[in-house]
Write a protein of this length. Sequence first.
Length: 279
Amino acid sequence: MPKKQSTAAKKSRQAALQGAKYTSALRQLRSPRTAAAVLAPGERGALAMTIGSCTSTVHGLRDLESDLYWSGWIIAAGQNPTDLFPDGGRLELSRSERGMIDDQAAEIWGTVPFSQTADSYGRAVACAIEALGGQIADWDVQVDEDRRIYITLGEDYADREADEGQPRRWVVGWTDTRGWFTFLEAAHGESLGSCLNDLACPLMALPGQVAAEVAHLWGGALAAEQLPGLEEPRSDWCPPHGYVLEPPVTGDPTDVNLDLERSLAAYLAHPAGGARQAA
């Protein structure tokens, strides 16, 4: 089983960014739920805004509107938020279209935090690559403005000293706004790898499709030519009805697409992807 490398700093960053993706695309709206924002005077004219268990600081009307937008709320009709500055008060809120779509994405994943929603997909693809004879040095999932999977092919150099003679390895990458691509890792002393080459497979390509697209990087078997003794676990696994190979994306990392979230969630039931390792 390929290993996943992680750091405490990365975990901290992921936790801070959990739930940071908000709307667009699929309009499957429900009756909006409501809430109240309580604003209390703070330091230097700022207001402390509390919605449920979440508190933030707003320094003016623009801050207030931005906070509500990104957290998926709109101000209920008949209220003037300018009246709240500087003394504070109460605002009645309604869930925005953006917020309702975000809520639905959270329901799809259940208890899985946003920062781990690509882990199962990454593990399933890594196992499919091994099933075609590829050697994996490490793989990782990163969350920043978008979700990213990086699978480094070849020998693991983690326990060896840096050596300029070590060959550059291929990396198979994925982002939720771009799809699958490959690049050569940075040479010794360089800060970046070489240019990205997009793969000719859908954004949510099945693990075997991705493996077949990159098999040439190690001279491996082509599609439908699995090597003896390297059977992918439960090779009869197939995605559930409604799985979308090519969910539409805008390229904006703040957008949430429910088709994409459902396709990612399918890998929680994949025999390789569902057995998530602790980071």
